[in-house]
Design a binder for this molecule. Structure first.
Ligand SMILES: [Zn+2]
Ligand SMILES: [Zn+2]
Ligand SMILES: [Zn+2]
Ligand SMILES: [Zn+2]
Length: 361
């Protein structure tokens, strides 16, 4: 008589995260994972398997890295856009999309001295209020020269602001408050000559604040911004410091600090890298151009503003405090993985919400 085969041993139940698909032997480990992962509809997602990733960088690894999931890699390599990582139905729609997604570099402003033409551009000929299509945002970039005896103090010597349509709304050579000890010519293209008739820092700051406040009161600006403008930049706090200027955090959009654009270990990428990777062109190959840089941050902002995250219930993003806090551990352990996902909240403010607020009903 043949021995009966061993009865199938009960495989231990695995508890799977519905967002990133990590598996856990114990339910309380899944609960702990959900508490610290801040999964939400705003996370970058694989368009093939719907896996949530912490950053576009980790999504890129998932789609194209050496350990990419085979099916995702196959679909992506046929129908995926290398810049925004979206997937298209067919090669035609992909190639149409790529024309809009992969951009060419804006024409640099160069380092010609102030001339009548650049004054004209600055004099407010651009109608800033004509941007009903999207958020009222302006992008800014500063070029820094060196100050102090060791030349390491960053002093703003040139600043450029552009609107959402890439028009220059302000450009100036700036006279720093303390003497310049190094013009950093290889990077800035600036010499003593450029700063001879430069605008004093205080005047520049006042002009920029006037543009940003847009006639709004300080109290309203601090509350919800009102009609004041969002300020977009790369490592914008550093630019603001160099201008000795303050602007409320909730009005800043920083490509260096937007979670989905950061490295997975939360270190910032350079603007040069982000521009090459997500917009498809090179900047800062020689002298840095504040127009080129501010246009590039504006383009990045607009691209990630337009992410379509659908789920309207997420409009309650104000509940940024973790929804898990209002439940006892026992209650959480009884919930299904998808119920746990439902109470999970993002720990950053997604830029897609900017556009949603401006959409007219
Ligand atoms: Zn997860
Ligand atoms: Zn979003
Ligand atoms: Zn995938
Ligand atoms: Zn694309």
């Amino acid at each position: 008589m043949e021995a009966a085969p061993d009865p199938p041993r009960n495989l231990p139940t695995r508890h799977k995260c519905p967002a990133c698909y990590k598996q856990f032997k114990r339910k309380n480990h899944l609960v702990e994972h959900m508490k610290i992962s801040f999964h939400s509809v705003h996370q970058p997602k694989c368009a093939v398997c719907q896996k949530h990733c912490k950053s576009f960088e980790s999504l890129r690894v998932h789609l194209t890295g050496p350990l990419a999931k085979e099916n995702c890699l196959t679909v992506f390599s046929e129908k995926g856009c290398n810049h925004c990582l979206k997937i298209f139905d067919n090669p035609d729609s992909l190639s149409n999309h790529k024309e809009a997604c992969c951009l060419s570099a804006p024409a640099p402003l160069g380092t010609t001295l102030p001339c009548a033409e650049s004054e004209k551009k600055i004099s407010g000929a651009v109608d800033l209020n004509n941007t009903a299509r999207g958020p009222q945002a302006v992008a800014m970039d500063c070029e820094m020269v060196g100050g102090g005896s060791d030349e390491t103090l960053d002093l703003c010597a040139r600043v450029c602001l552009v609107d959402a349509d890439e028009n220059i709304i302000f450009h100036a050579y700036v006279q720093p408050l303390i003497p310049v000890t190094n013009y950093r010519y290889e990077i800035t293209g600036l010499t003593e000559e450029h700063l001879k008739d430069a605008v004093p820092l205080n005047e520049v700051r006042d002009k920029i604040l006037e543009i940003l406040y847009n006639g709004e009161s300080i109290s309203r600006l601090r509350l919800d911004g009102g009609k004041a403008r969002l300020l977009v930049g790369h490592n914008i706090k550093h630019d603001l410091d160099s201008l000795r200027m303050n602007y409320p955090d909730h009005m800043l959009r920083d490509t260096a600090n937007y979670r989905p654009l950061m490295k997975t270990n939360l270190v910032s990428h350079s603007l040069k890298y982000l521009t090459k990777t997500y917009l498809g062109y090179d900047i800062q190959s020689g002298v840095h151009d504040p127009y080129e840089d501010s246009v590039s941050v504006m383009r990045l902002y607009k691209k990630f503003c337009r992410q379509d995250h659908h789920q309207l219930e997420e409009i309650g993003y104000q509940k940024i405090s973790n929804g898990f806090d209002s439940y006892k551990s026992k209650e959480l352990e009884k919930m299904s993985p998808s119920e746990l996902y439902e109470i999970s909240r993002s720990n950053y403010r997604c830029w897609c919400l900017d556009l949603r607020q401006n959409v007219q009903p």
